[in-house]
Design a binder for this molecule. Structure first.
Ligand code: UDP
Ligand code: MG
Length: 323
């Protein structure tokens, strides 16, 4: 083989798909994604991560894996969440490029050729940015915009507001993520945007979910947002200092006022003021204690160092993989 031929060895792309109760969407997704990949100039592996589905998803995936060795399967012992599934996908991927996408066809497989083209141009991080999200309600969209405004104001790293869990990273970025970003409370999409390397954005229009319903409840999204803000910013911890300085200043003014009144007309009667101030001050105090508590909870889960996910079984994954 000449050196020229060696350069043109076919590259492999791993498509990582997190699956949680997607029995209705899977067949359609598989068909669509396979169609696109079969035509691509890249070799491919389709790595499904079953995140503890309770429906027939696992059976369907096992059947797909039995029929096609390019379909790989990692199945969790229970539900660990979408982020954990994507991390497992990165861990078990072999490709020169790894694309993470959802199983509900909201991330159109038709975008894959564009992503591969960007990778061929040498980009290491390819973020897919939604131009329009046809299935998110007004509330979800407003909440998401508010979240990004808060986190961009508080944290020193910057986040793309319409970024999604649809992205592609090169092998060397995968290795960085695998090695150094094993936090228990995390925001993968945030890391991906802030690793540096050559990166680019491609736009896509988020489709409507083909079948089934969204697995993210408002409550889940809220706790996710709070955790992310706490993970990427120490500013809330400083609220205590600010509150202390402000109330100290106010206290000083009230002291001067009290002395002046006492000199002029005797001890001032301040029952109402005292009650209001005490309530207010305690509210501030408890809020700050609560914020510190949230940080301690994060520290605690990091310290316990439990696994991000537990694998129950795999299909078509080489045995010598030490995970
Ligand atoms: N998902 C997962 N584990 C979960 C929740 C969701 O692996 O605990 C998967 C789900 O199967 C889908 C993707 O993550 O492929 C995105 O989930 P969903 O479509 O419910 O979120 P949305 O698009 O509504 O934000
Ligand atoms: Mg979805």
């Amino acid at each position: 083989m000449t050196s020229r031929e060696m350069v043109t060895v076919m590259k492999t792309v791993t498509v990582v798909v997190s699956v949680y109760n997607e029995e209705q969407a899977l067949p359609q997704f598989f068909e669509a994604v396979k169609n696109v990949l079969d035509q691509a100039a890249w070799d491919y592996e389709l790595l499904f991560v079953n995140d503890g589905s309770t429906d027939k998803s696992l059976e369907i995936l096992e059947r797909m894996a039995a029929a096609d060795s390019r379909v790989k399967l990692v199945s969790f012992s229970r539900n660990f969440g979408h982020e954990a599934a994507m991390i497992a996908g990165l861990d078990y991927s072999d490709g020169d490029l790894v694309i993470c996408m959802d199983a509900d066809l909201q991330h159109p497989p038709e975008c894959i050729p564009k992503i591969l083209a960007a990778a061929e141009e040498g980009f290491d991080v390819i973020n897919m940015v939604r131009t329009r999200n046809r299935s998110a309600g007004l509330f979800k969209e407003a909440a998401s915009a508010a979240f990004y405004r808060v986190i961009n104001a508080l944290s020193d790293v910057k986040f793309e507001a319409n970024a999604s869990d649809f992205f592609a990273v090169s092998r060397r970025v995968v290795e960085v993520l695998k090695g150094s970003y094993r936090e228990k409370v995390r925001f993968l999409r945030g890391y991906v945007q802030n690793l540096g390397f050559r990166k680019t954005k491609l736009e896509y229009e988020a489709g409507v979910r083909v079948a089934g319903e969204s697995k993210y409840s408002i409550k889940k999204l809220f706790s996710f947002a709070v955790n992310t803000i706490l993970c990427f910013s120490n500013l809330p911890l400083r609220l205590g200092i600010y509150a202390g300085v402000i109330t100290g200043g106010l206290g000083f003014l009230v002291m001067i006022y009290t002395i002046l009144t006492w000199v002029r007309v005797g001890t001032p009667d301040g029952y109402a003021t005292i009650v209001v101030l005490i309530c207010f001050m305690f509210a501030v105090l408890f809020l700050i204690v609560g914020i510190i508590g949230e940080y301690i909870a994060i520290l605690f889960s990091e310290m316990k160092d439990r696994p991000i996910y537990i694998v129950e079984k795999t299909e078509n994954i080489s045995q010598n993989r030490a995970m």
